[in-house]
Ligand binder design. Structure first.
Ligand code: COA
Length: 257
């Protein structure tokens, strides 16, 4: 299958999905996310695939977030639909019966950080940076970030992350437990392959059982609530100001309206 925004390659039972928009720091537009979803879905029934690596092309970004240019003029309804569709992509990855490792090779911001968090394991290169900068855009995370981040690093650390919008280093992400390991960029894919090779020699049935059980926690209605609140942002002046400021490379001034 050929895709427009991702590259796929299977080698020795490992599917590598590479997000391929390096000129836009691999920003996640809607079609791109659907392609990732489709590739992961296809892998579920493909006997040639036992594990998956998700990474970004180039050496600067895993993914610098959802595509701000694409959604800047969305309405509340379109914003809500964007979030809902994004959640389905993240859920497809999280519910994969084959292990998915995020090889985080640079910026993992906003939707990029959420995409990495939907994967089962994250390995970062030393230059990786993590962040949820949505509040700078008059927006909140919309692909599960308000829920998964808290699960991984606890409420207090997650709130600092979400409310300050500051990026953190790979080392700090490791200290917080957000990533499993930090390795030099040139070793990143080999490290991910090495880890996956240890997993895919085990019974696929038990691997699938453990992955499933690791997801059997209670999200309450947090995901649904996040989709609703994300959509509400699209009706505010602060969202218009925040996205316009980013696209015109200036600082935003928020009014709380
Ligand atoms: N959506 C759309 N385009 C994006 C993007 C995003 N999330 N992130 C980066 N880009 C684009 C830039 O607009 C720029 O395009 P241009 O060359 O046509 O102007 C290109 O990618 C390179 O980015 P640039 O900002 O010039 O790189 P930088 O090294 O100066 O800064 C970042 C890197 C990651 C700090 C900066 O791009 C950034 O803050 N991105 C947005 C992060 C964000 O808010 N993500 C959450 C979105 S919900």
């Amino acid at each position: 299958m050929t895709y427009q925004f991702i590259l796929t390659e299977v080698s020795e039972k490992i599917l590598t999905i590479t997000i391929d928009r390096p000129d836009k720091l691999n920003a996640l537009n809607r079609d791109l996310l659907q392609e990732i979803k489709q590739a992961v879905l296809n892998a579920q029934t493909d006997n040639a695939v036992a594990g998956i690596i998700l990474t970004g092309s180039g050496n600067k970004a895993f993914a610098a977030g959802a595509d701000i240019a694409e959604f800047a003029s969305y309405t509340v309804e379109e914003g809500t639909a964007l979030s809902g569709a994004g959640h389905l992509v993240m859920n497809e990855i999280e519910n994969s019966i084959k292990p998915v490792i995020a090889a985080v090779n640079g910026f993992a911001l906003g939707g990029g950080c959420e995409l990495a968090m939907a994967c089962h394991i994250r390995i970062a290169s030393t230059n990786a940076k993590f962040g949820q900068p949505e509040v700078k855009l008059g927006l909140i995370p919309g692909y599960g970030g308000t829920q998964r981040l808290t699960r991984y690093i606890g409420k207090a650390q997650a709130l600092e992350f979400l409310l300050t919008a500051e990026n953190i280093s790979a080392e700090k992400a490791y200290a917080l437990g957000l990533v499993n390991n930090v390795v030099p960029q040139e070793d990143l894919i080999a490290q991910c392959r090495g880890l996956l090779e240890k997993v895919i020699t085990k019974s696929p049935l038990t691997v699938a059982q453990i992955l499933k059980l690791s997801n059997d926690f209670d999200h309450g209605n947090g995901f649904e609530q996040e989709i609703k609140e994300f959509g509400i942002c699209f009706g505010t002046n602060d969202f218009k100001e925040g996205t316009d400021a980013f696209l015109n490379k200036r600082a935003a001034t928020f009014t709380g309206s």
